[in-house]
Design a protein around this ligand. Structure first.
Ligand SMILES: NC(=O)c1ccc[n+]([C@@H]2O[C@H](COP(=O)([O-])OP(=O)(O)OC[C@H]3O[C@@H](n4cnc5c(N)ncnc54)[C@H](OP(=O)(O)O)[C@@H]3O)[C@@H](O)[C@H]2O)c1
Length: 298
């Protein structure tokens, strides 16, 4: 009898995301088991409980998924899970807190593709401003773009105090530099947009962060992308299906949440499938998500 594919899904939150549960089962896991309210210190024990219950060659059929809503905590849990392995007892691990790794990967991959196709250039040196950077998707987007050599500005909707902390955390953890700025007024946001070649909206669902007034006069702007699919659009005038099409009232092209969501979906689904099908145990974080999203994005 074929061995069952089992996924243990760990979250520090009170609930596991139904989105991730559905996706893991649809990708082919036979059983997914949520563990909620998991503390960082409990990860080692849970992983070791899972690895020793099956023979070493069943490691490839057993996986750990790390969820949550905090990039740093999820990466700490991811590292703890990897360190808990006792070779030859090893299992696969995939982290994607609040879908942020795969969503950020999809957004940056779509932007990169549009830069290449429409403007014959890449991310390196491109001036990118990220709105919603205190959120988990915005944080991860900033890290991926900065690691690719973009000049990243992270915008605080309530001043600089919290984006300063985000920038310090990114520097400490990843060694990359992002520039925190105050985007708490229309005049400030207009100035940020005017200084950018790419703007990325990663703000809360149903919140407009950039208006047409703020887009006016953005002569250097090449691309505006948004991951919020709940009306109103995060960037005024950007339609949900826009796929590097002209953004009204600007000279830029827009990439909407469903064009990004399509790549996000395929990336998360694809990583779950790789966990199931791989002949060796695997570990996937946002860098693996970005590598796969780059292959998928058109
Ligand atoms: N298209 C896709 O495939 C996909 C997949 C996953 C997620 N998403 C979307 O990605 C977005 C970000 O997700 P998330 O989990 O990071 O969201 P989140 O935690 O709810 O919020 C993200 C950011 O929005 C900011 N924000 C809240 N209210 C605001 C306001 N009135 N003005 C400006 N900014 C405001 C938050 O600031 P505070 O820190 O002050 O709260 C935070 O920086 C959401 O729209 C979500 O629906 C899309």
């Amino acid at each position: 009898m074929a061995r069952k594919h089992i996924l243990h899904m760990l979250t520090p939150l009170r609930q596991m995301s139904p989105f991730d549960v559905n996706m893991a089962l649809d990708a082919g896991f036979d059983a997914v088991v949520p563990y909620v309210d998991v503390k960082l210190a409990e990860v080692t024990g849970l992983v070791q409980d899972a690895i020793f219950s099956r023979p070493p060659d069943a490691g490839i059929d057993t996986g750990i998924f790390i969820a949550g809503k905090d990039v740093s905590l999820s990466l700490d849990m991811f590292d703890a899970a990897k360190k808990a392995m006792v070779p030859p007892f090893q299992i696969s691990v995939f982290a994607d807190p609040a879908g942020s790794f795969t969503t950020a990967a999809a957004m940056v991959a779509k932007v990169e593709k549009a830069l290449q196709k429409k403007f014959e250039r890449g991310l390196e040196g491109t001036r990118i401003a990220i709105f919603g950077a205190t959120g988990v998707v915005g944080f991860c987007t900033a890290v991926i773009a900065a690691k690719e050599g973009a000049k990243v500005t992270i915008v605080g909707h309530d001043g600089t105090e919290r984006v300063n902390k985000v920038a310090a955390e990114i520097k400490k953890r990843f060694g990359t530099t992002v520039n925190p700025v105050d985007g708490s007024s229309t005049a400030k946001r207009k100035k940020i947009v005017a200084a950018s070649e790419v703007i990325l909206a990663a703000a809360k669902a149903g919140v407009q962060v950039i208006s047409k007034v703020e887009l006016a006069g953005a002569d250097a702007l090449l691309i505006a992308a948004d991951v919020n699919a709940v009306p109103p659009a995060g960037i005024e005038g950007l339609t949900v299906h826009a796929n590097a099409e002209p953004l009204e009232t600007t000279k830029a092209v827009g990439i909407g949440p469903l064009a990004i969501g399509n790549v996000k979906y395929k990336t998360e689904f694809g990583l779950f499938k790789k966990m199931i099908e791989s002949e060796k145990t695997v570990t996937f974080d946002f860098q693996d998500a970005f590598s796969l999203a780059r292959e998928i994005a058109k």
